[in-house]
Design a protein around this ligand. Sequence first.
Ligand code: HMG
Ligand code: MG
Length: 305
Amino acid sequence: MLNLQFPSRVKLVEVGPRDGLQNEKQQVPAAIKIELVQRLQAAGLKEIEVTSFVSPKWVPQMADNAEVMAGIQRKAGVRYSVLTPNQQGFEAALLSQPDEIVVFGAASEAFSQKNINCSIAESIERFAPVVAAARGAGIYVRGAMSCAVGCPYEGDVAPERVGYLAGLMKGIGVQHVGVADTIGVGTPLKVQRAVEATLKHFDIDDVSGHFHDTYGQALANTLICLQLGVWQFDTSVAGLGGCPYAKGATGNVATEDVVYLLHGMGIETGIDLDRLIDAGQFISDFLGRSTNARAGKALFNKRQA
Ligand code: HMG
Ligand code: MG
């Protein structure tokens, strides 16, 4: 039977500064990234994925990771996370004192190879000492599970592959996992199966959704997750984003659109939608294009009229 019980409160992890900007061709100065983080926290975002400590040869846009982390003015109650693919990235990240790190693996072998240059099994071997060191230092560890419904190289990804990866992540001490539709091909029942496979290894409170919106399904996928009891989602202001190793994939679902959906359903987020729209406008103006947030755009136009 259709579950119409929804969480009363949802936590959004803003990934715009990292997932959003990593794929931008034009170099975005550190000062702009810092200003964006400032505006996002002023809008009430309580968790911000700021940057990634990956190879600057692979992802040049994130080469200013330490500068951005040093430049942000930390606000009490806000948690700042960064991506760390290996020990080298973790050691560099440690100097920036993140509250949380993200190890990122994939449910498909081909994507693992293209994105982080190793197999799924090798990635787990690389993550294990990073997870242990982070937890030893009191840093929370999140795991991202890419291609949880579809892969740009392998096509459909079976839920069993997601369950397998979730089990491996749990086994090395990862505390929370994100079910990621990297290329935005998922539809609600496929996403449901990927989430259910994950729930065999992680509690509902330790699972989040990360939906790219390439095929316009991200809000529907978010809604079915809410019905399953998932209450944490990664979203990106102005719908920025894409992965350099997932050609054709567009941005994450826009934070503005998810906030509009949630507030419209009476679900609390602690986010001021007006200020969030301003943050989205700020980065869209810098990038010289109009926002990908549908609700953001509609509300902005209404405000102008
Ligand atoms: P590799 O080439 O296999 O690494 O890269 P290596 O250990 O053989 O080292 C080779 C060179 O890279 C060396 O430099 C190392 O120093 C350097 P050289 O001697 O040639 O000058 N290196 C590093 N430099 C800086 N930071 C590091 C680092 N590690 C090695 N951490 C690696 C392996 C993972 C580093 C590489 O493949 C990489 O950086 N990949 C980028 C992956 C990435 O950032 N992808 C996008 C983020 S994931 C994503 O967007 C998906 C997500 O949003 C969820 C979803 O939507 O699915 C999270
Ligand atoms: Mg992503």
